[in-house]
Write a protein that binds this ligand. Structure first.
Ligand SMILES: [Zn+2]
Ligand SMILES: [Zn+2]
Length: 358
């Protein structure tokens, strides 16, 4: 087929020449780098508004925040001030800046109301460390390092336990060693590294499989969902709803160590079994009362899933309702744990922390 190289008429509407950005290269450079951050601001604002609307339907007080992010004090591209600006736009209640190799970010973080942690690497896993006032140099022996952090009274967690999207997949050895950690411990079941807008990816799917595997073996593993943001753009794409009495670092850390939180990139979620809440041990009497589930998302909920002993126990169609609440009986055959997932109509999701049954 012959294609004519000649236009049949003008290539541009009259008077539009001056609007074409490529004719103003200086402006184009400024705009094309500011534009993605501007879009991320709009997305974070929209999510904050959605959560504010959801909170009106949710009876429990919680604080929303992220335990893992980076700045130029290690390999992140953002400054502390840019991180703080995004935290404000996303209306997060708290943000930890956990740079690799130390805590030189601490003075500036304090000025901006951000909390400080660190993330050194050991031979098999990185280590998320919170509430320690000095740089921790690992012995490069993962189990010994975890024991030492425990001894120092730090709150520590296993970040991206199966690797991080899209470049790093950990060997099965890295899965296996987690079985040797003292119970309970904290582990990221969602890590947003390299993601913008949406945190969940295939490494999070495998972290969820790892989590259920450990729980089924009777380990207590409290889950976290953190951005691991290396750019201010992704601050706020996943967060934890922490049931603490006040938004002070000590109280928030005590709450996550007790498993009193859910992770989410949209919905709000609460689960109790009798008097046992998330992260707690349920007694035989608690089981008699059944599992009470409350899920909220002002954008509408698609489904509620109950997972027990590594299997999908029940699934409910939430029919796009913003509020879903039910009490369900827990079958006698469930032995180790029960947890709940809520999925919103736009596929955003929340995972409750488990209630342990032994
Ligand atoms: Zn890491
Ligand atoms: Zn990190």
């Amino acid at each position: 087929m012959r294609i004519s190289k000649k236009n049949d008429g003008p290539a541009l509407m009259p008077g539009r020449r001056e609007n074409q950005l490529f004719r103003k290269p200086d402006q184009a450079i400024l705009k094309r780098w500011a534009y993605p951050l501007r879009m991320c601001h709009l997305v974070a604002e929209a999510m904050a508004a959605r959560i504010e609307r959801s909170k009106k339907l949710f009876r429990w007080k919680f604080f929303r925040g992220d335990f893992h992010s980076h700045t130029q004090h290690s390999d992140g591209i953002g400054t502390i001030a840019e991180t703080a600006e995004m935290v404000k736009i996303a209306k997060l209640d708290f943000q930890f800046v956990t740079d690799h190799w130390g805590i030189t970010q601490a003075p500036e973080c304090r000025k901006h109301g951000l909390w400080v942690g660190q993330e050194p690497g050991t031979q098999l896993h990185h280590l998320g460390i919170l509430g320690l006032r000095r740089a921790y140099a690992p012995q490069m022996d993962f189990l010994a390092d975890c024991a030492e952090l425990q001894r120092l009274g730090a709150t520590w967690f296993v970040p991206h336990p199966t690797g991080w999207w899209p470049t790093r997949i950990y060997p099965k050895e890295a899965w296996k060693i987690l079985e040797k950690l003292p119970s309970p411990f904290l582990m990221e079941v969602c890590n947003g590294a390299s993601n913008v807008i949406n945190a969940f990816d295939f490494t999070d799917a495998s972290a969820r499989i790892l989590w259920d595997g450990l729980l089924r073996k009777g380990r207590k593993v409290h889950a976290l969902g953190n951005t691991d943001a290396h750019a201010p753009h992704s601050i706020g794409i996943v967060w934890n709803g922490v049931f603490a009495s006040r938004c002070a670092e000590r109280d928030v850390l005590a709450a996550i160590r007790a498993g009193r939180s859910f992770l989410s990139d949209g919905p709000l979620l609460q689960t109790t079994l009798g008097r046992a809440g998330m992260g707690m041990d349920a007694s035989a009497a608690d089981r008699q009362n059944g599992l009470r589930i409350t899920a909220v998302d002002s954008e509408g909920l698609r489904s509620i899933r109950v997972i027990a002993d590594g299997r999908l126990l029940m699934e409910f169609d939430a029919r796009n309702r913003p509020f879903w609440e039910r009490r369900v009986a827990l079958p006698r055959r469930v032995r180790a744990y029960v947890r709940v997932e809520a999925t919103a109509s736009d596929a955003r999701r929340a995972y409750s922390n488990p209630i342990y049954l032994r």
